[in-house]
Design a protein around this ligand. Structure first.
Ligand code: SAM
Length: 287
């Protein structure tokens, strides 16, 4: 079996197996070898690596990963793709296919069994409908993780790496940047996929941090403050946090905490850095 990364071969496999694309699984298969090269380069896959691939589809990216890494485990939810993967990956003896929902896989156990508990690299052309649960689930978990290199919707990539004061900056930017350092590797147009997605795409690499860049007493409070601030984007922080359900602080306490950290009472969440949110969280912890 040759490389799949072109339209002709991909269509041939799909027709031969009478495969029907499932929209509900976010199936858009890559057909451009340059994009595949870019993903492998961005992920910096080397021969010692164990790679977890999310959503192999017909195995296009899996073939590239199998050639670069020591071992690949690829998790695919669609059982109709499993026999096809058996065929397209038959010449590789370092690939395991797991027919499961990635959100239900015990990834820490997989890293333990296959990589001796050492940090793993996660790679994938993600199903866009579950990008955030996949990425945040990995970052928040105790899975030993070196990096996540994934194709995501372009807007989501922009939000993940956005800086304070920009329109894309929000709760996702802060949550991702608390756990990882993002790096945008490539923009990818719809014509690099079959079928073409209705949105632009981008490859983003997230390097897992060893330690968060800020230290807080109460991580839960930090993330509640972040979420509440951006839920009510057009309000000042004092009003936004005071209206948020579940936060037990009065307007006066919030205003006082803002004064303590050197911010005005009329400040909006979108201008605060992660360090500012951490300082606010500490001020409110001792309020
Ligand atoms: N890697 C292939 C490629 O680049 O051509 C396919 C990428 S396609 C965008 C996303 C893949 O993820 C599909 O094969 C889809 O069936 C699979 N998928 C969707 N939801 C999933 C889930 N919850 N767990 C595992 N795989 C899933």
């Amino acid at each position: 079996m040759g490389k799949l990364a072109n339209p002709k071969k991909t269509i041939e496999i799909i027709q031969k197996n009478r495969f029907n694309f499932q929209k509900k699984y976010g199936q858009n298969f890559l057909i451009d070898s340059h994009v595949l090269d870019k993903i492998i380069a961005a992920a910096e896959i080397v021969k010692e690596d164990f790679v977890l691939e999310i959503g192999p589809g017909i195995g296009t990216l899996t073939q590239y990963l199998a050639e670069s890494a020591r071992e690949v485990a690829a998790v695919e939810i669609d059982r109709n793709l499993i026999p096809i993967l058996g065929e397209t990956l038959s010449s590789y003896d370092n690939v395991t296919i797991i027919n499961q929902d990635i959100l239900k896989v015990d990834i820490a156990a997989l890293a333990e069994q296959r990589n001796g508990g050492r940090p793993i690299k996660v790679v994938g052309n993600l199903p866009y409908y579950i990008t955030t649960p996949i990425v945040m689930g990995l970052l928040e978990s105790d899975v030993p993780l070196e990096s996540i290199t994934v194709m995501v919707q372009k807007e989501v990539a922009q939000r993940m790496q956005a800086q304070p004061g920009t329109k894309d900056y929000g709760a996702l930017s802060l949550a991702v940047q608390y756990y990882a350092e993002p790096y945008l590797a490539a923009n990818v147009p719809p014509n690099c996929f079959i079928p073409r997605p209705g949105v632009g795409s981008a490859v983003i690499r997230l390097n897992k941090r060893k330690e968060p860049p800020v230290a807080v007493t109460d991580e839960k409070l930090l993330f509640s403050l972040i979420r509440a601030s951006f839920n009510q984007r057009r309000k000042t922080l004092v009003n936004g946090l005071n209206n948020a359900g579940g936060l037990p602080f009065s307007k006066e306490q919030i205003a006082e905490a803002l004064r303590q950290i050197g911010q005005s009472e009329t400040v909006r969440g979108e201008t605060l850095t992660l360090e500012d949110f951490a300082a606010l969280s500490e001020a409110l912890t001792s309020a």
